[in-house]
Every structure is written in structure tokens, then in C-alpha cells.
Design a protein around this ligand. Structure first.
Ligand code: GCB
Length: 654
């Protein structure tokens, strides 16, 4: 039996609210991580230096035995569908130490310390000098951003160390992983004083194998999370959302058989409505196995054999009810191997484009959408729970949508799981936002890794129809080359979905907007952000605008809108009033209806959200107020304008 015991004696919360390296990939995705890990094991020998040759060889063997399994473990990618497995939650209160100078990591010469906070040392004698103590430190809730858990941390950007203790009885022939839904932004993970690895990127999941490190009792997991913004990071220094730091999504132990189904892709083949194709990938020692895909409700059971790498290609015909917003049918799909079994709920649908049309299951559709940030309704801060996802998506449904743009980074898994169930199509994107360091190879590698991790988690979700590569990035050769590489990478991982980006457009004269961004050539769907009536003239400017495109491709207006403080009233030309926003939406919709190649709209945004760029007192108070709904859940007037438009489209069968 798996048992988990907390050994935390003291729980002091951070001044509880008044109102309430760059390893570019998850450890194992590139070899640099291996070299990161080795010194931690070598440093372990605090014992006197061995003198004899035999002793040295013996130590070398012991060292290799210790290192090899964990290096092997770190070469594993993300485990998909962790909810389909046996897991033990590590959520709850974690002890935390705020460390703005990173003195738990660097010594006073700014060299990585061999004896940092990750060792969780305790004084052994009364004279020992140790300047930290997790067990007497306050706690932070996981999952949760730190900013909204303590007044002291609202604007904090830096390092916080987290500690969680647990016991665990390992069973024979099993493996154990620690899985993080996300931590923003750079994360170093240690178990029992040993480094497991690092992860960079604030919105994607990662895991480390701990099979050989975990012990029956007294495990301590220490996690250093650093949310300092960096020019070379993804996103970079400037964004229009709050830089919520911390372990923002769930943490869990995932128990698997020694050889298990690590990842799979099961979906209709591109362009087909009755042929399923994909692959299953095993991890472990028994890589040559028979794999059976079963869809009991459709009386399907098909077997395949994995190759020496543990991968089996799958391909078979199936007569299935297709997933759509009107009928979001999900099938129970079982993947059986000789050593493992995993279940998932998968919807089957085809998505493609033809000329300026987007086709779902072969039929042209219009994306009645809304943009959403991962911000929690009512309580504020990062959203992370199923309830948060349900509230946001229900509001979106009430607006009349069949589509959501999840801005500006991959959201938590509940969002796409719930969207699958509710029949809402999803655009998911990575935070390649505004002014990324296009020339820097490490930045590109980081962005590629975020694409990999986004796709790895959600490739089996029917709701996800679009992967978006970038948002409002200024034209340059370096940017085009960077984004082309990302696009190529995304296509190599998932040939079935549509690729997009929110692009800029420009005026060719006072009343003509032109879509001719060279990036458009490489995308399937052209996202376009415009703020006519807000940053660009007054609302009636929209009446005089014509839209043109260079491409025979579907265009989605991926952003438009303006700010209004809920309950603030005035005439239709007074900024920040609900009436101004309502008027802006009316003019926008009149304009949008005139664009012949438009195949979707996703106004900015469902709900007001925090932004450090928005200080205006009494109006913004550090919030972007472009929500159709306030952060307290109140519908603004413009909500009903948009709702009426979407209801009309729905009535027309669009
Ligand atoms: C944009 C950005 C979005 C901002 C929005 C705004 O173009 O894509 O992240 O929040 O404008 O409100 O200015």
C-alpha cells in the first residue's frame, strides 16, 4: 500500500492576506542536464579521499551505479494523462523561504553552493551555524501563486524555496515520478538533498523519475522557484499580465509499472473521418511488447507490436460518432500492454482548412470565440482548479461561444479536459509574446521546448484545434526565421492540427487594413489582433475601414476590445465606461461582419485580469479592464452585445 505521511511540525502561513541555468528543457531533454547532475553525486563524498587504487575503482563503480539510473530517468519525456494513473497528491501547505538574493543557492562569491538550502541541514550541535530552517518557516499553498497568498509577495519577483516531506512505500516492479503541472518560471528540484534537475518555462508540465532516490520515510522534496523576468526568456521582460510566481499547478507522485505507456497519440488521420492513426510509446526495459487499443463502446480492439525503441505505430478504421461542439462525444479508450493499462477519454474529429474556410468534420465553421487568461474568477491570482475552469468556460458558453483562445501560454489541464467535455474548441499558445530575443539560439531552444511540452500534454484532446506560435511579434528577418523553425517543429510533432499566430496588420491608407505579414505564408489560420476604437482612434473609425488579405486562408480576429470598469457609467465617448466599451463592440461587429474571409472572432477578453502595466487609480488599479466580465463576475454591457451576435450566428447554424 502506498502511504504518504506529512512530517511537518509547524505551519505558519505567510502573513495571510489582508483581503485574502538555464537547462532549456525538462531534465533529460538535452544532455547538458546530465552534466548538471553529475557533480551533485560527486560532491557527495565528504568522506576522506580514498587512497588505494581498489578503493578508487570501488567508489567509481558505486558512483556509476548511482548516476546511471537517474541519468536514464531524466531522459524520459513528459508522462501523458497522469490522471489515468495511480497518483499521490503532494498539494497542500509547503514550507517556504523567500530568498531574494538567492543565498540558498549561491555563496558570497556568487558561486553555486554545495551546501545550499536544498540540503535542508539542521544544526547538529548547539554551536553549528545554519541560517535557515524550513520547519520553522511559514507555508504557502500548492498549487498557488505566491503573489496572492501574502501582501508582502504581491509584487515579488525572485526566488522562493519550497519544502514538502513525505513517506512512501515502494512496491516491487514499479517506478515513481514526481510531476509538476507547472511552476513559474525557472525551477530546480531536489529530493533528499540530491538534484533531480531543472525546468524552464512557467506554463508547461514536467516530471522527474525518483525511483532510485525515494526512501520509505523522511523524504524531503525541495523546490527552488525563481520568477525573475529575463530578456532572453520566453516570455521576455515585457508582458501585459501578472508575473505570478510559485508552484502554480498541482504536484503529484506518479506510480507506474516498470515498463509503462509513457505517451501516445490517438486521433483521426488528417483529412479522414474514419481512420485512426497515431502511436504508442513505452518506457522501461521490456520495450518489445504487444499493445492493444480498445474502444469498447465501438467494439474496437486492435493490436500492434512495439519496436526496439518501445514505439508502435497504430492505424485502423473505425466507425465513430464524431466530436463537435453540438455533440462533444468522448470515448473511453484503453491502451493495454503486457505490463500496463491506461484509460483515456478521447473525442475524434477532423480539423482542416480549405481556402478561407475552417472545416470541422468536413463542414465549414465559424469560430465564435473569446480570449481567456488563466486568472481565477472571484479570488484572483492564477487559476488552477477544475472549478476555476468550469466557471470560466461556463461564462464563455453563456456568451455563446464554440471556441476559446487560451492566452498567452498553455493553461492548466482542467481547461482542455473540461473544454473536451463541454464541446468548446481551443486555441492553445506558447508565450512567444512581443519582443522575444530572436537572434538568441537558447531562446529558440526554450520556445521549442515549450511547444514540445504543450503538445505532449494535450495532443489527445479533441477540443484543441489550433496551436499558436506567437503573439504580436514585430516584423523582422530574425523573427521570421525563428518562428518558421518553431512552426516546423510543431508540425513535426503534430501534423494533424492547425497552426496559427496572432499577427499584426498595417494600414495601406487611412481606411484600409492589410494582412500581409510574411509569417502568414507558413500558417494555416491567420490570427489578427486589432484595437480600432481603443488604441487606434475612436469606435466609429471602424465604420470607415476595409480589410484586405494577401492570403487565401481563414482569418480569425484573435483580439479586439477596450477597457470598462464595471459599474462606471457615462456616455458612449467617455473612456473606461461600460457605455464606451458597448459602443466600441457595436462598431467593431458592424465592421467584422463586412470581412468576407473572416472565419472567427475572439474578443479581448472574458474577464478583467491583473497587469502591472495598468496603474490608473480607481479605474485599473493594476488590472486590464477589457473583460466582458469583471473579476468579481459581473457582466458588463458589452457582454450582451457580443452574446446577441453569437446567438444570431448560432441561430444561422454557424
Ligand atoms: C494586446 C495583447 C494583450 C494585451 C492587449 C491589451 O494586443 O496581445 O496581451 O493585454 O493587447 O489590452 O492591450
Amino acid at each position: 500500500m502506498v502511504e504518504i505521511l506529512s512530517t511537518e511540525p509547524i505551519l505558519i502561513r505567510f502573513g495571510v492576506l489582508s483581503s485574502k541555468r538555464r537547462a532549456l528543457s525538462r531534465t533529460g531533454l538535452n544532455n547538458s542536464n546530465t552534466s548538471v547532475c553529475v557533480p551533485f553525486y560527486s560532491r557527495r563524498s565528504d568522506a576522506p579521499a580514498p587512497t588505494s587504487h581498489i578503493m578508487k575503482s570501488l567508489l567509481l563503480i558505486i558512483f556509476l551505479l548511482a548516476v546511471i539510473p537517474s541519468v536514464h530517468a531524466q531522459q524520459l519525456g513528459l508522462i501523458t494523462n497522469t490522471d489515468g494513473r495511480k497518483t499521490i497528491s503532494l498539494d497542500g501547505q509547503w514550507q517556504a523561504i523567500i530568498d531574494p538574493y538567492e543565498s540558498g543557492y549561491y555563496d558570497y562569491r556568487y558561486q553555486p553552493s554545495t551546501n545550499g538550502y536544498f540540503k535542508d541541514e539542521k544544526p547538529k550541535t548547539k554551536s553549528d551555524l545554519i541560517e535557515y530552517d524550513f520547519d520553522k518557516s511559514p507555508t504557502l499553498k500548492v498549487p498557488g501563486d505566491w503573489n496572492t497568498q501574502s501582501d508582502q509577495l504581491l509584487f515579488y519577483e525572485g526566488t522562493v524555496w519550497y519544502k514538502k516531506s513525505f513517506d512512501y512505500q515502494r512496491k516491487p516492479n514499479t517506478r515513481l515520478f514526481v510531476y509538476f503541472g507547472a511552476a513559474n518560471y525557472a525551477t530546480d528540484v531536489y529530493l533528499n538533498g540530491e538534484k533531480l534537475g531543472q525546468h524552464e518555462g512557467g506554463f508547461t508540465a514536467f516530471n522527474f523519475e525518483i525511483t532510485t532516490l525515494v526512501r520509505d520515510t523522511g523524504n524531503f522534496l525541495i523546490v527552488k522557484v525563481d520568477n525573475k523576468r529575463r530578456r532572453d526568456a520566453v516570455p521576455t521582460l515585457m508582458t501585459d499580465w501578472w508575473n505570478y510566481g510559485g508552484i502554480t499547478r498541482e504536484v503529484k507522485l506518479v506510480e507506474t509499472p516498470a515498463t509503462f505507456v509513457q505517451d501516445y497519440s490517438i486521433q483521426l488521420q488528417k483529412g479522414s473521418r474514419d481512420r485512426i492513426s497515431g502511436w504508442v510509446k513505452l518506457s522501461g526495459d521490456k520495450l518489445n511488447q504487444q499493445v492493444t487499443i480498445r474502444i469498447p463502446e465501438a467494439a474496437i480492439s486492435r493490436s500492434f507490436t512495439t519496436d526496439a525503441t518501445g514505439t508502435a505505430a497504430i492505424n485502423f478504421t473505425a466507425d465513430l460518432k464524431l466530436w463537435s461542439p453540438e455533440n462533444p462525444k468522448l470515448y473511453d479508450v484503453a491502451i493495454d500492454t503486457e505490463t500496463d493499462q491506461v484509460h483515456d477519454q478521447i473525442g475524434f474529429r477532423s480539423i482542416e482548412t480549405r481556402g478561407t474556410d475552417i472545416l470541422l468534420n468536413g463542414k465549414p465553421i465559424f469560430l465564435r470565440g473569446i480570449c481567456i487568461h488563466e486568472e481565477a474568477p472571484f479570488r484572483g491570482g492564477r487559476a488552477y482548479s477544475r472549478e476555476d475552469a468550469q466557471t470560466l468556460l461556463r461564462w464563455a458558453k453563456e456568451l455563446g461561444v464554440n471556441f476559446v483562445r487560451l492566452a498567452h501560454y498553455p493553461h492548466n489541464e482542467w481547461m482542455v479536459r473540461e473544454a473536451d467535455k463541454m464541446g468548446i474548441m481551443v486555441w492553445s499558445e506558447i508565450p512567444v509574446y512581443w519582443t522575444i530575443l530572436w537572434e538568441n539560439p537558447a531562446t529558440l531552444q526554450n520556445a521549442r521546448n515549450q511547444v514540445t511540452e504543450m503538445i505532449a500534454r494535450d495532443r489527445n484532446r479533441a477540443s484543441v484545434i489550433i496551436w499558436s506560435m506567437a503573439n504580436e511579434t514585430p516584423l523582422s528577418d530574425a523573427r521570421l526565421s525563428f518562428l518558421r523553425k518553431l512552426i516546423e517543429h510543431a508540425r513535426s510533432l503534430d501534423a494533424g492540427r492547425l497552426l496559427s499566430a496572432a499577427m499584426e496588420r498595417h494600414y495601406t491608407d487611412d481606411h484600409t487594413q492589410m494582412i500581409d505579414d510574411p509569417l502568414g505564408e507558413y500558417l494555416d489560420v491567420l490570427g489578427c489582433n486589432e484595437y480600432v476604437g481603443w488604441y487606434d482612434g475612436l469606435p466609429d473609425k471602424a465604420d470607415r475601414l476595409e480589410w484586405k488579405t494577401k492570403y487565401q486562408k481563414p482569418v480569425v480576429m484573435s483580439e479586439f476590445g477596450g477597457d470598462a470598469l464595471y459599474g462606471h457609467h457615462g456616455d458612449a465617448l467617455t473612456r473606461w465606461t461600460e457605455e464606451y466599451q458597448e459602443n466600441l463592440y457595436r462598431h467593431q461587429l458592424d465592421m467584422l461582419k463586412r470581412i468576407s474571409f473572416l472565419r472567427g472572432t475572439a474578443p479581448w477578453i472574458l474577464m478583467d485580469f491583473r497587469s502591472p502595466r495598468r496603474p490608473l487609480p480607481y479605474i485599473q488599479d493594476f488590472h486590464n479592464r477589457k473583460g466582458l466580465i469583471s473579476d468579481r463576475g459581473e457582466r458588463k454591457k458589452a457582454f450582451y452585445v457580443m452574446q446577441q451576435y453569437y446567438r444570431e450566428l448560432e441561430r444561422l447554424g454557424k
